[in-house]
Design a protein around this ligand. Structure first.
Ligand SMILES: Cc1ncc(COP(=O)(O)O)c(C=O)c1O
Length: 376
């Protein structure tokens, strides 16, 4: 190993990123008006197999923009998993709607589709599935429920660029889909997001609300019929994004390969479990998360983390459930009820280093330390 600390994640900027950023700077196009924004949107839409993509300045606002374009607002409820990043729930709160939580499935760690219907009420408008750690949800089951109750499907694919369900990529698995390009994502712009849809009405609304509700495709007059947002992505960020998406499958395959290295070494170790991928799905393995069963493993999750830190290996805890967030309780969300799978993941799980740039030697070192910790 040629480094003394392995970070939990870091970006891999191995293609045309610098060339395109230099071009943006040299030509003076550094705002959202430059050509890289449109090119990035077009290439990313193609990558998803979708008609349209709208770039934003991060994934949280991409979620908000998606909800606004879908007409979600005060008095509405949106169902989402309790095991997710707070941004998913916060974006619903921004619209004035209420997030309603559903526990995770113990195997896939995605929303437990068997628990969705009991949370549907007269004001439920949409389901927001989250493809956790890049693992596609049970899309057919979610579609069945959505059709039966006439709900929209608004995907949070922040962690799942290029993930596939029965050969169809994220971006095409819902009415509208939001992505994040934060620095730790499989495809990154540092900070950034994208909203993808094949519906031209949603597409117009996404562009309209992203740009402070300036009239679309019309001469610039400072008259605004609605309250909009400045959620635009800069040409500098889009320059990085275009270079990233040019090599999207390469970056994706590195993540999948590294996940396989981890699983090959750790699956047989008693007390270590991984997220399960459904047959017919392509999990893009954004993060390599494991759960430690202290009885079978002989050490607690926190002891393993401390052992790894001492060996120069960074880790990160998994999400705390939405039902445990003081902010959401204060906002009036129903945080009662039990979410045992989410609580189990929060208490016993953590991420191992997951950057695309990790190599087999480093992963072997990490796995050696986990095995060593067990036999101490
Ligand atoms: C599931 C999920 N949704 C939304 C987001 C928010 O994206 P961003 O950090 O780009 O705002 C993240 C970020 O990691 C995420 O994991």
């Amino acid at each position: 190993m040629n480094r003394d600390r392995i970070p939990v994640c870091e970006p891999l900027l191995g293609g045309n990123e610098l060339k395109y950023v230099v071009d943006a700077v040299e030509t003076g196009w550094i705002s959202s008006s430059g050509r890289y924004v449109t090119e990035f949107e077009n290439v990313f839409a193609d990558y998803c197999g979708a008609e349209h993509a709208v770039a934003t300045c991060n994934g949280t606002v991409a979620l908000h923009l998606m909800l606004v374009a879908a007409g979600i607002g005060p008095g509405d409820e949106v169902i989402l998993p309790s095991f997710t990043m707070a941004s998913s729930a916060f974006a619903i709160c921004y619209t004035g709607a209420k997030p309603v939580f559903v526990d995770a499935d113990p195997e896939t760690w995605n929303i437990d589709t068997g628990l969705i219907e009991e949370k549907i009420g007269p004001t439920t408008r949409a389901i927001m599935p989250v493809h956790i750690f890049g693992n596609p949800c049970d899309v057919d089951e979610i579609r069945k429920i959505a059709e039966k109750h006439q709900l929209l499907i608004l995907d949070d694919a922040a962690e799942a660029h290029g993930a596939e369900y029965r050969g169809v990529r994220t971006g095409m698995l819902a009415d509208i889909t939001a992505f994040s390009f934060f620095a730790n994502k499989n495809i990154t712009t540092g900070e950034g997001g994208m909203v993808v849809t094949s519906d031209s009405v949603y597409y117009s609304k996404l562009r309209y609300y992203r740009n402070v509700c300036f009239p679309l495709d019309a001469p610039r007059v400072y008259r605004h019929d609605d309250i909009g947002f400045n959620y635009r992505m800069s040409n500098l960020h889009a320059a990085i994004g275009l270079a990233q998406v040019e090599r999207a499958d390469f970056y994706r395959d590195l993540r999948i390969r590294n996940n396989k290295y981890y699983r090959d070494r750790l699956t047989s170790i008693p007390g270590v479990s991984f997220q399960k991928t459904r047959d017919g799905s392509c999990n893009v393995c954004w993060m390599n998360a494991i759960v430690i069963d202290k009885n079978a493993f002989g050490r607690t999750r926190d002891e393993v983390i401390a052992y790894l830190i001492a060996a120069g290996i960074e880790t990160r805890l998994l999400f705390t459930g939405m039902h445990k967030q003081p902010s959401l309780a204060k906002h009036g969300c129903d945080c009662g009820g039990s979410y045992p799978v989410t609580d189990w993941l929060t208490a016993n799980g953590f991420y191992l280093p997951s950057a695309s740039s990790l190599n087999e030697e480093e992963i072997n070192y990490i796995c050696d330390k986990i095995v060593e910790c067990r036999s101490m």
